[in-house]
Design a protein around this ligand. Structure first.
Ligand code: GLC
Length: 751
């Protein structure tokens, strides 16, 4: 379709057309400007598959969508630690989106997993912003190179479902900058998303959809975002304030009501038409971008068979082998004796989450069928459902399962969270698996200890109660429509478990730093744990966990050697990290080498270590690969609220390379002597700060009287008065102190 002339269209649009253009029409369509040849846009969910409602379909019928490939959800794909794989998923989603006329696919969801209880954690990547940002960037690159716009969401600090449309996330700026914004920042800077979706909640009392600091100052002025900002559906509470703040498209349509409000506001001089033009221009620009991409790509081609095969590979790449006692896995499909398959999830897969991301799959593989196909009659496979998905106890099912296990040589038990336990729209109250499932596992393991457990869950579950009764535990998350096949591939070793945890599995919910503040009240939730989220907290408090961030076993083993860290210029915080990873086992496998940075000494409190780079390498038995990763200034910096910017302080940093945040195999130390401009001394700077700087001491000496006498203070007195701001110290010690005297003191100190 021919691309239109943006300036000309904007200049010819009427006020009414502009107001309609920025306020949606239906649940998935915008208005476009038909009179001027500007097509409407179709915006549909993602992010794990295309949920395309038929035109005119009832928007409340969420699941009445065209069939599409249901890929593993983000909490699974995050464990692949493979941005290139996410890019492949994005490309496949683009083909399927274009085939059903979708212009913008609403994803990826990059909100940080502050609490394991968040009902939408299945839809998000990680507790770490570097991992989330890198993976989401891959997904966006794949999607947009395929001609479909992304909508990175939900911007920002939308980390719970409870009262998500009322709650204010009370977060200090350093925590926002270091934890809750960086994943968005990485995607914006690395993948140039067509849109960003403003979230439902408030941040420090201001609605995200009308948060000028967030939508304009940070997103555009600092990060250079050049697409348009779309509201979450129904997130706009004040259309005029939203346009002013930098929101460009309000969704869904409000039957013209919002358009009328905007038209009236411009007519009454309450809203500057230039602000409306700005929103229109941004949507026009993205529309033109998508049109030209479509012209270049030609007619859409979606191949659901390819999508399904990719979904199966992704599910295997994302599965995390948590434990594997006695190297119980992989099983032999032709092994001696019966293989018992226990658990309703083997027959009725739990493969995706509830809510807007829900997809009608093109097909659905049950693990039981796929296990039977893989065994191919070489050994008997016996199934017992074991429990009911509604969680009701059923003694008969339990006993049947125990009997089947007792008569078998090997047992695989499929456990997980039923749909009712987690979804968009509400949060969990516990991270425990349903009691009925654990009861079945106990009975099965008592009958036969040769047990492997396969888990299907979106949010993290407490795995220790499972591990006590199983030799092996394979966490497959919500593995998409082909998870059943992937489970068979993994259980029999056709595929290697290649996942690593993107979120810590705590021993207990009470160990999680947000436990005492989540989900807050209807009005507000306080992020009191600050930047100590996930492993940052567990490491800082030296707390034992069930499995650390980055953990995952393989069917082979890996060695690390030859760490070298080169610093081209110690005055510039940059380093090149080189090391070698070797497959020291007998089978092929993939390893995710992780690089963590520690600031040995800082003026601000920093985490023990933070993930700053990673690389997934696939190695044949005996093969080695040298990896080189670059660390830049931001990998060493913290957000300094006094300097209001990213700061690297001079001194030593540890660089650790390993297989998880708690399995660090190689370490090195680097020193930077980054020149750091001293903060100016002010009247609020303390006695200690003034005496700690030669310029401050000189200024006090020159001022004479009580100011000069401070130079002689030390020892116990100093501990008493060191923290007093200088102005209050001097006015207390010397009542005659004048404002001009104080101003002269400051000027002299900072001269
Ligand atoms: C939902 C979700 C958002 C989704 C949108 C459209 O409420 O918060 O992720 O894309 O509405 O369905």
């Amino acid at each position: 379709m021919a691309v239109f002339d943006l300036e000309s269209v904007l200049s010819r649009m009427t006020l009414a057309e502009k107001a309609s253009f920025v306020t949606g029409v239906t649940v998935q369509d915008t208005a476009g400007v038909p009179r001027l040849g500007v097509p409407a846009l179709v915006l549909c969910d993602g992010p794990h598959g295309v949920r395309r409602l038929a035109d005119g379909a009832d928007p409340r019928d969420l699941y009445n969508a065209a069939p599409a490939t249901a890929f593993p959800t983000a909490s699974a794909t995050a464990c692949s630690w493979d941005p290139e794989l996410l890019q492949e998923i994005g490309a496949a989603l683009a083909a399927e989106s274009r085939a059903v006329g979708v212009d913008i696919l609403l994803g990826p969801g990059v909100n940080i997993k502050r609490s394991p209880l968040c009902g939408r954690n299945f839809e998000y990547f990680s507790e770490d912003p570097v991992l989330a940002g890198e993976l989401a960037s891959g997904w966006v690159r794949g999607l947009q190179r395929g001609g479909v716009g992304a909508s990175v969401k939900h911007f920002a600090a939308n980390n719970q479902e409870t009262s998500r449309m009322q709650v204010s996330a009370e977060v200090d700026e350093r925590t926002l900058r270091e934890i809750y914004l960086p994943a968005f920042e990485r995607v914006v800077k690395q993948a140039r998303p067509a849109t960003v979706m403003a979230s439902y909640n408030r941040i420090n009392g201001i609605w995200a959809a009308q948060h000028e600091w967030l939508l304009t100052q940070v997103l555009r002025d600092e990060w250079g975002f050049d697409g348009f900002v779309v509201s979450d559906w129904g997130a706009v509470t004040d259309s005029v304030a939203s346009v002013r703040a930098g929101l460009d498209l309000e969704m869904p349509g409000t039957a013209g009501r919002s358009a009328a409000v905007l038209t009236e506001a411009v007519g009454a001089g309450v809203l500057d038409e230039a602000a409306l033009d700005r929103a229109v221009a941004r949507i026009l620009e993205v529309t033109a971008r998508l049109l030209s991409a479509g012209d270049t790509l030609g007619p859409p081609r979606a191949d659901h068979a390819l999508g399904h095969a990719l979904a199966r590979r992704v599910a295997a790449e994302s599965a995390v082998l948590l434990t594997n006692g006695d190297r119980f896995l992989p099983l032999d499909p032709a092994g001696q004796g019966t293989l018992a398959v226990i658990g309703e999830f083997a027959r009725t897969p739990r493969f995706q989450g509830g809510g807007s991301s829900h997809v009608k799959p093109t097909r659905l593989e049950a693990a039981l069928d796929e296990i039977r196909a893989a065994v191919g009659g070489q050994r008997e496979v016996r199934f017992a459902p074991g429990f009911r998905l509604d969680g009701a106890a059923d003694q008969e099912l339990l006993e049947e399962a125990a009997t089947a296990a007792g008569a078998a040589a090997d047992v695989v038990v499929f456990l997980g969270l039923p749909d009712s336990e987690e979804s968009e729209g509400f949060d969990r109250a516990s991270i425990d698996l349903p009691a009925v499932q654990l009861d079945v596992l106990h009975a099965v393991a008592a009958a036969n200890p040769r047990v492997a457990v396969v888990l299907s869950n979106g949010g993290v579950v407490a795995t220790r109660p499972v591990e006590r009764h199983a030799l092996a535990v394979l966490e497959m998350w919500l593995g998409g429509q082909a998870a059943g096949g992937a489970a068979a591939d993994l259980l029999f070793g056709t595929a290697e478990p290649a996942g690593r945890l993107a979120e810590t599995i705590p021993l207990a919910l009470t160990d999680n730093p947000s436990y005492i503040s989540f989900p807050g009240t209807v009005e507000r939730v306080s992020y009191g744990e600050r930047h100590y989220v996930g492993y940052r907290w567990y490491d800082k408090t030296a707390r034992e966990v069930a499995h650390p961030f980055g953990h995952g076993l393989s069917y082979t083993t890996f060695g690390y050697s030859g760490l070298r860290v080169s610093v081209p210029d110690p005055a510039r915080p940059e380093a090149v990290v080189t090391f070698t990873v070797s497959n020291t086992g007998q089978r092929p496998g993939a390893e995710v080498a992780q690089v963590y940075v520690t600031d040995v000494e800082a003026s601000a409190d920093r985490p023990e270590r933070e993930l700053k780079a990673f690389r997934k390498v696939r190695l044949a038995p005996g093969e080695s690969r040298t990896v080189e990763l670059t660390l830049t200034m931001r990998d060493f910096a913290f957000w300094d609220e006094r300097r209001h910017g990213w700061t690297v302080e001079p001194g030593a940093f540890h660089i650790a390379v390993g297989a998880s945040s708690r399995d660090l195999r190689l370490t090195a130390t680097v020193e930077f002597n980054v020149p750091l401009t001293a903060l100016p001394l002010t009247l609020e700077s303390t006695v200690t700060e003034w005496l700690g700087r030669p310029a401050g001491r000189d200024a006090l000496a020159a001022a004479g009287n009580e100011a000069a006498r401070l130079l002689g203070v030390d020892g116990e007195i100093m501990t008493l008065i060191g923290g007093i701001p200088i102005k209050r110290m001097l006015t207390l010690a010397q009542p005659g102190t004048t404002d001009e005297g104080l101003e002269q003191l400051v000027e002299r100190a900072n001269a």
